[in-house]
Design a binder for this molecule. Structure first.
Ligand code: 8Y4
Length: 264
């Protein structure tokens, strides 16, 4: 799964995203490159979850995301995932060809559960402690692995009660979302427990602070660390890797898989 950020800070023309279509062209070119490098899913998001990022109105999120989903669907034979917590964005993107919902709030926003259910699409339920604004202020757990696991199972139950079928649901421990390095490492080492549930597990560690903490590197130098982490996640049985650097991740995965084939 390749990350396609369409927040204004990801493009040089600031807030005026698609007025002149230059930014849309840039997104399409980047998508094409990601697919050529081996991505099969494109994750399109119009809300920044960085601490301190400005909240995005529903209208703004729709304006950013829907044209991109529409253009990607028309052009590429890829699964388009929409990274959103907003009910109307889920509905509109499904109508314009999105095939998956990636919700960092696990359908907790008012109306999100019903809207997602109505689309009939699969949904990735991610764990986050707190909100994007506050999540990195002293994250705390009794037992991070146990707490995150129990929380995700409760969200699965809520979705099944609402009418989702089990085969529509994916899980994600939410690396970096209200977690210290220690929490992230414990969760990563326990990925097998999440995989054992039988729900496909999505892992997103690409370029994150966790990789920076482990390597001492700034965000633009985290590609190698991220690719190694992604390959290890795949070897633990993660079904989907959310990454910025598709080619490098693919190299790490193929080497890891070939050279560990048949190992215990
Ligand atoms: C550098 C680069 C520093 C990226 C921080 C970041 C996940 C996700 C995000 C994830 C799922 C991010 C939308 C955060 N992370 N969705 N979304 N799982 N399912 N930060 O881990 O990439 S955005």
């Amino acid at each position: 799964m390749a990350v396609l950020n369409i927040t204004p800070d990801s493009f040089s023309d600031g807030g005026k995203l698609f007025d002149g279509c230059a930014a849309l062209d840039a997104v399409l070119q980047h998508a094409e490159a990601c697919l050529a490098e081996g991505a099969t899913i494109l994750d399109v998001g119009g809300e920044s979850t960085r601490p301190g990022a400005a909240p995005v109105s529903e209208g703004e999120e729709l304006d950013r995301v829907v044209p991109v989903v529409e253009a990607l669907t028309a052009r590429f034979d890829a699964v388009i995932s929409v990274d959103t917590s907003t009910p109307k964005v889920m509905t509109e993107c499904a109508l314009h060809g999105a095939q998956m919902i990636n919700d960092v709030r696990a359908l907790q926003r008012d109306g999100a559960m019903a809207a997602a259910l109505q689309t009939g699409l699969p949904v990735c339920l991610m764990h986050m402690q707190g909100t994007p604004q506050t999540m990195q202020n002293k994250p705390s757990y009794d037992d991070a692995v146990h707490d995150v696991y129990q929380w995700l199972m409760a969200r699965i139950d809520a979705c099944l009660d609402a009418g989702f079928t089990a085969d529509q649901l994916l899980l994600d421990p939410g690396f970096g979302f209200g977690k210290t390095l220690e929490h992230n490492v414990a969760l990563f080492r326990s990925l097998d427990r999440f995989v054992q549930t039988g729900y496909p597990v999505l892992v997103g560690v690409s370029r994150k602070t966790m990789i920076g903490d482990l390597t001492g590197r700034p965000v633009e130098q985290r590609v190698t660390g991220s690719a190694v982490a992604a390959a290890i996640a795949a070897s633990y049985g993660a079904a989907i890797l959310r990454v910025h650097d598709v080619a490098e991740t693919r190299d790490a995965m193929v080497v890891m898989q070939t050279l560990t084939q048949g190992m215990q």
